[in-house]
Design a protein around this ligand. Sequence first.
Ligand code: SAM
Length: 222
Amino acid sequence: MSKRKLQRFEECETFNNLFQLGYFDLLSDFRMKGNWRKDYFKNDNPIVLELGCGKGEYTVNLAIQNPSINYIGIDSKGARLWRGCRNSIDNQLDNVAFVRTHIEQIEQLFAPGEISEIWITFPDPQLRKERKRLTCPRFLKHYRNILATDSLIHLKTDNIPLYDYTLRVIRSAGHKLLFHTNDLYGDDVQDVASSIQTFYEKMFLEQGMKITYLRFRLNHIE
Ligand SMILES: C[S@@+](CC[C@H](N)C(=O)[O-])C[C@H]1O[C@@H](n2cnc3c(N)ncnc32)[C@H](O)[C@@H]1O
């Protein structure tokens, strides 16, 4: 491991805005579950998640744009999260937290209805393993168990098979598709989906790839 990476891991241990939770830590509920507003953010504002946040571009930039909303970025990779934590501290953001963990354990982190919105930004497409895709029914069930009714889920991806797959999942489960485009920038969509670009997104755009985007609401009836 490089010296710089080691230094970042060490610095991660000192960040007050980062919770690093291994598999065994989340075999039972995390102490913040149901208490994030009261015990961490110290306000009653809604909480929005960015899943597979990497360097946390959505988390940080949305937090700057919307000081009265709380944001939590989740990823399993500490070196990437370091960047988001550092940027949040440098921008003096008190409406941001990051959690280093596996999204599979999300129900141990949040209580039913505690989350108001989810962004999934450039997830690994996992084309060989459907159950690992962050928009497969197994994951949507986890999200349903922590989301307030009528909450939005956003997906941005360069991966057309994942985009098409997610559209099929939404339609077959009767979730409510609110917007979709297979060419976010070609269609000149002017909203928050085009206003922030993540690390991976910039890479894909430089390679001339199209970016897809969709948003939907979960059907809360099983
Ligand atoms: C392709 S990167 C995208 C990162 C960032 N959203 C961006 O657009 O730059 C996918 C990220 O998802 C994270 N990830 C994938 N599956 C995960 C899981 N099950 N739990 C936690 N993180 C996961 C990876 O560690 C990686 O940082």
